[in-house]
Design a protein around this ligand. Structure first.
Ligand code: M6R
Length: 365
């Protein structure tokens, strides 16, 4: 049931403050402001040398954000791969390692095959899944559920932010276990996570502004998304979301890669969407925006007030998100990225919930 919403996708975008809170509650003790891994998910991160992760599509982009968190918060090296590549790469795996698989459906063929490869090579298996009865869940040692509820729209939205929420909690827990985060650091990070639903609700209020912008996007043929650091996966996710439901060609790039090729494409006909909260790599991203502006590119900037104040560059539009600790920004910035794709698709008149050529669950390779 879509409730008052025109599409499942929009309904699911709006459910995010609630399902993110619900998922977080599964992994943290709100009163104590600490990570408390539930029964069946008590992973020993302290004993690990490395962590392997693989997934497909949007779930892979969640894993990519997870890589930044595990490395920064827990000093845990991460080997990350797209499942369709991983399964055939003949990856050497260290003894007693842990491999994490991320999947909304828990049935994605390539992800399941990667899991089986890891199991056959002696790895412990963790599964971040939205369907606890799925094949991937059944074959895992540790089941790490996302509590997003059923996701009907083919474009993944709330499952993505719940995967991110789970990964953030795991990375904070890992940081604490590995002695990289103090108890006070943990409290601060968990407090930031507890505030995510409030920021998500705030971000949803940008919908009208985003709808206006989407009208313009629906007239273009190509869109470039840029982001740096933890915003890089959001750029990839933004491009995937836009192409899958609006059929507009979009590419996501790490902002620093711009001058290594894609800058040749910049002109006034291809909008450049920049995901850039005011964080420690913000100034670097601003330099990339200046390169775009100097070539007549039209910029749509997703940032916060501090970012908007300090970005010395003309934009076609700046969307202002709430200010928040950098660790949680990828989760909140997912909202404008999703709404932009959604409204563009609505203007294009495509079948938003059932885009052509796509299936909700990819059970063949
Ligand atoms: O069920 P899974 O999470 O394993 O699915 C993985 C991808 O097929 C999925 O995320 C796909 O990319 C979505 N349609 C993206 O919106």
């Amino acid at each position: 049931d879509k409730g008052n919403h025109r599409h499942f996708m929009l309904k699911e975008i709006y459910e995010q403050p609630e399902v993110v809170a619900h998922t977080l509650g599964h992994y943290v003790d709100f009163a104590e402001r600490r990570v408390a891994l539930p029964e069946g998910a008590e992973i020993d991160f302290a004993g690990l040398d490395r962590l392997a992760m693989s997934a497909c599509g949007t779930a892979f982009y969640a894993a990519l954000v997870g890589q930044y968190w595990f490395e920064q918060l827990a000093r845990l090296p991460v080997d990350l791969d797209i499942a369709s590549e991983f399964r055939y790469r003949e990856v050497p795996l260290s003894a007693n390692g842990l491999s994490l698989f991320i999947s909304q459906s828990g049935e994605t063929a390539d992800t399941l095959a990667s899991l089986r490869y890891c199991r056959a090579h002696g790895q412990k298996i963790g599964a971040i899944v939205n369907v606890p009865t799925s094949s991937i869940a059944r074959e895992a040692d540790y089941i790490l559920p996302t509590l997003a509820g059923p996701e009907i729209g083919v474009a993944s939205t709330k499952a993505f932010t719940c995967q991110l929420t789970t990964l953030l909690a795991l990375a904070i827990g890992a940081g604490r276990q590995r002695g990289h985060l103090s108890r006070e650091d943990e409290e601060k990070l968990v407090q930031a996570a507890i505030e995510m639903p409030r920021h998500l609700s705030q971000a949803l209020k940008l919908e009208d502004e985003i709808e206006g912008l989407a009208k313009e996007l629906s007239r273009v043929k190509h869109v470039l998304y840029l982001g740096r650091g933890k915003s890089f996966p959001l750029a990839l996710e933004g491009a995937l979301k836009l192409k899958e439901i609006s059929y507009i060609h979009a590419e996501g790039y790490a902002a620093g890669e711009l001058k290594h090729g894609p800058i040749a494409l910049i002109d006034e006909t291809m909008p450049v969407i920049v995901v850039a909260p005011y964080d420690k790599v913000f100034d670097k991203t601003v330099s990339n925006m200046q390169e775009v502006a100097a070539r007549g590119g039209r910029i749509i900037l997703l940032t916060d007030e501090e970012g908007a104040r300090s970005a010395a560059v003309d934009t076609m539009k700046t969307l202002i998100l709430p200010s928040m600790p950098a660790a949680i920004a990828p989760i909140v910035y997912a909202v404008p990225v999703q709404l932009l794709a959604y409204h563009t698709a609505v203007f294009m008149g495509t079948d938003v919930d059932q885009p052509r050529n796509l299936a909700k669950s990819v059970t063949v390779e």
